[in-house]
Ligand binder design. Structure first.
Ligand code: MN
Length: 163
């Protein structure tokens, strides 16, 4: 792993509703999308990804319980982490601006090419997260069902909730 490469992290967050916070390091912050169904390795599945506020990089390894009464109250695990590279000639800032981002992920669960395509702007812009059809794509694996655990500790959200 080349430490100069930008990081990505996916935090599985069981708050009021379950979602996966997909975050890409861009210019020192984590650009973030909340993906209710989580990423799919099947290129035919277009997963809704609601852009949310940037996260500090310092929170990338956070795993634990957000107390009741605080924003995002619930459980968080680090569902995947790794590095990524852009698949575009444009900078990440330019790709975000035009609403089309192409990256290659190198994580534990997510690998290969992915596209984020903006479909709706506004306060909470809507995007779609789609697996590119490459050697890391497979329609046969239900990844979120088969791999519910943290890549850091092996724990699930339920493990944290029942402590
Ligand atoms: Mn969240």
């Amino acid at each position: 792993m080349d430490m100069d490469e930008p990081m990505f992290v996916v935090q599985k967050h069981h708050a009021t509703s379950l979602h996966y916070d997909v975050r890409l390091e861009v210019d020192g912050v984590m650009k973030s999308w909340a993906v209710p169904k989580g990423p799919s390795l099947d290129p035919a599945n277009k997963r809704l990804a609601m852009q949310v506020g940037d996260h500090p990089m310092e929170w990338n390894s956070f795993e634990g319980v957000i107390p009741r009464g605080e924003y995002g109250a619930g459980t968080v695990i680090v569902w995947d982490v790794g590095v990524y590279e852009s698949l575009s000639d444009k900078t990440m800032a330019e790709q975000l601006e035009r609403g089309h981002v192409r990256v290659k992920l190198d994580g534990h669960k997510l690998c290969g090419g992915w596209v984020l395509q903006r479909t709706d702007s506004g306060d909470r812009p809507k995007w779609l997260m789609i697996k590119l059809d490459d050697e890391a794509a497979t329609p046969d694996v239900d990844l979120t069902a088969e791999r519910p655990e943290s890549v850091l500790t092996g724990r699930t959200n339920d493990d944290l909730a029942s402590r």
